[in-house]
Design a protein around this ligand. Structure first.
Ligand code: PLP
Length: 408
């Protein structure tokens, strides 16, 4: 069933926005962050206006309401990702979720010379924590290369790299190339090699059903703000038997059972990793986002994005001097189109597109090792989501052609 775009767009107030130069906003920067529907914004303001209170602390009506809302959101978000609430640790986003694995699991369970396998297409969020841990305890970090013609992971190199490894960390879908990695095979191969698996699902969760229990990954990092939720929240999904191997990397209020001047005892489960006042408004907002997304099939969202991305990519390739990095026409691509023009600098391209009302991302996309592999310093990236339309894509192609004819 086709999405009702008129209805969907009417739920996102920001899409009506005109830029200071009078141009209608066309938002193609969804891989950076998605826009938020009115129900998410209202759920958060309703919390602040009606029952703002701390959770898990006091015994009064507002505190009960805040606690219930925080935990109901956890239940709904966990269900959305095919798992139980006890396996969901709220974090500030995918970055904190990956750092949590590094600090709370890896620092505790890995030793000098243990091997952590990454890929060349990881976001910095899934590179720097491992480099830091390597400095701290001497783990070895290995990188699986990509094939720069197909933009796929070199699975032969992958099979070699995972031998004797303890942890394999892979981005489910690349934020730069839109390439979806064969995560099912990656999980199977890694587990047979005796390694745990961490998937970075920041880019896939907005358009693909993630079933944590079904997939069998040990850890999954997710970001709310790319899937209609607010900034400042995400989660780490963790297998039950792995969570008990983790120790907290932040300590203080909420995560304790008792504290005396002699020492402290700690909570079990996700509470052990959620120190201090929780992200209450953000969790409520994310819960509302998930409820909003539940009215769609993720497959419908994916095929909508794919239709726009593949048409746009085909049209872009007809424009002289445009090079595309990745294969947006592939049916499992996320819809991100990274591109460059051979003679127009990416920053100039971004400003010229912005003049026409088009918001695209420009830069290294927090993936400098991937930029090095592609031998480019940066790219422009157009990325689409549920509310984008073919009409917007047509306007984009028209404006891109105008830029190239006028400035190349
Ligand atoms: N991983 C990938 C693939 C991303 O695209 C991003 C954000 O751009 C992140 C991790 C970081 O996510 P967050 O902003 O939730 O920390």
């Amino acid at each position: 069933m086709a999405l009702d775009l008129k209805q969907i767009r009417s739920e996102f107030p920001i899409l009506q926005r005109k830029l200071p130069n009078g141009k209608q906003l066309v938002y193609f920067d969804n891989a950076a962050t998605s826009q938020k529907p009115r129900c998410v914004i209202s759920a958060m303001s309703n919390y602040y206006e009606q029952y703002n209170s701390n959770a898990h602390r006091a015994n009064h009506t507002l505190a009960d309401e805040a606690t219930t809302a925080l935990e109901t959101a956890r239940e709904n978000i966990a269900k959305f990702f095919g798992t139980s609430p006890s396996q969901l640790i709220y974090t500030s986003g995918a970055t904190e979720a990956i750092n949590l694995v590094a600090f709370s699991w890896a620092r505790e369970n890995l030793r000098r010379d243990d091997i952590v396998v990454l890929t060349e297409m990881e976001h910095h969020a899934d590179i720097v924590p491992w480099q830091q841990l390597s400095k701290e305890i001497g783990i070895e970090v290995r990188y699986v290369p990509i094939n720069t013609e197909t933009y796929k992971l070199d699975m032969e190199a992958f099979s070699i790299a995972i031998q004797d490894s303890s942890l394999v960390c892979v981005v489910h879908t690349s934020n730069v190339l839109g390439v979806r990695n064969p995560i099912e095979e990656i999980i199977k191969l890694s587990h047979s090699a005796g390694a745990k698996v961490l998937l970075d699902c920041a880019q896939s969760a907005p358009h693909e059903k993630i079933n944590f229990d079904g997939l069998g990954a040990d850890f999954i990092a997710i970001s709310a703000h790319k899937m209609a939720g607010p900034t400042g929240i995400g989660c780490l999904l963790v297998k039950k038997d792995i969570m008990i191997q983790m120790t907290p990397f932040m300590t203080g209020g909420s995560m304790i059972k008792t504290v005396t001047t002699e020492g402290s005892t700690f909570q079990d489960g996700h509470a052990l990793f959620e120190t201090g006042t929780p992200r209450i408004a953000e969790a409520i907002g994310w819960g509302a986002a998930v409820e909003w997304l539940n009215q769609f099939e993720m497959k419908e969202i994916h095929s909508h994005i794919h239709k726009i991305a593949s048409w746009t990519s085909i049209e872009m390739k007809k424009i002289p001097g445009i090079m595309i990095y990745g294969d947006p026409e592939r049916s499992d691509s996320s819809g991100a189109i990274s591109f460059l023009h051979e003679s127009i600098q990416s920053l100039d391209m971004a400003l010229l597109l912005d003049e026409g009302g088009f918001a695209v991302r420009t830069g290294h996309h927090c993936a400098q090792p991937l930029m090095d592999a592609l031998s480019v310093p940066s790219t422009n990236r157009a990325s689409f989501w549920i509310y984008n339309t073919m009409d917007e894509a047509k306007l984009f192609i028209k404006h891109l052609k105008y830029i190239v004819e006028r400035f190349a």
